[in-house]
Design a binder for this molecule. Structure first.
Ligand SMILES: [Zn+2]
Length: 161
């Protein structure tokens, strides 16, 4: 998927529609409770910029972005539910995303599959960071399951769980 194709896909699935599909449609407002953290103060905002599409932001610091970032968190959650590993290696997570053919991930990085670097950049928006993990004598980059807990807590896409 080229970047203009991603733009096209975003137009077809604007953020409020996407959020509705993911079961968090009631948060798609200018002022709403954040779906990513325990929010008592309507920290979350969804708005549209003329000619620039939809954006979301949590003013408490959960992150900000567009449809792609929002979708990423839901897909990562499904992968976490499917793969029984803790920590989950960055490479496995990126590969599982790259195998989702109905998503932008297989062609996200200039027509190439999402990389672990790109994945880390995108998850940074949710304050989720990979660390160096040890397995016997080898080390690898990976994500602890509990580093996603806050972000996953209130985010409940329907379907596979
Ligand atoms: Zn938040």
């Amino acid at each position: 998927m080229r970047s203009d194709e991603i733009d096209e896909a975003k137009k077809k699935l604007p953020l409020p529609v996407l959020m509705h599909c993911l079961g968090v449609g009631e948060h798609a407002k200018k002022s709403a409770r954040c779906p990513f953290h325990e929010d008592k103060h309507n920290s979350f905002s969804v708005w549209q910029r003329p000619d620039a599409g939809w954006f979301w932001k949590c003013h408490s610091g959960c992150g900000a972005g567009d449809e792609i970032n929002f979708l990423l968190l839901g897909d990562v959650r499904n992968i976490f539910n499917r793969i029984d590993a803790d920590p989950i290696p960055s490479a496995d997570l990126a590969q599982a995303l790259a195998e989702m053919e109905d998503r932008p991930w297989p062609e996200l990085s200039r027509g190439k599959p999402i990389t672990t670097v790109k994945l880390a950049l995108m998850l940074k928006r949710f304050r989720i960071f990979p660390g160096t993990k040890r397995d016997g004598n080898t080390t690898f980059k990976g994500y602890d399951r509990n580093s996603f807990d806050d972000a996953f807590d209130r985010y409940a896409p329907p379907g596979d769980s």
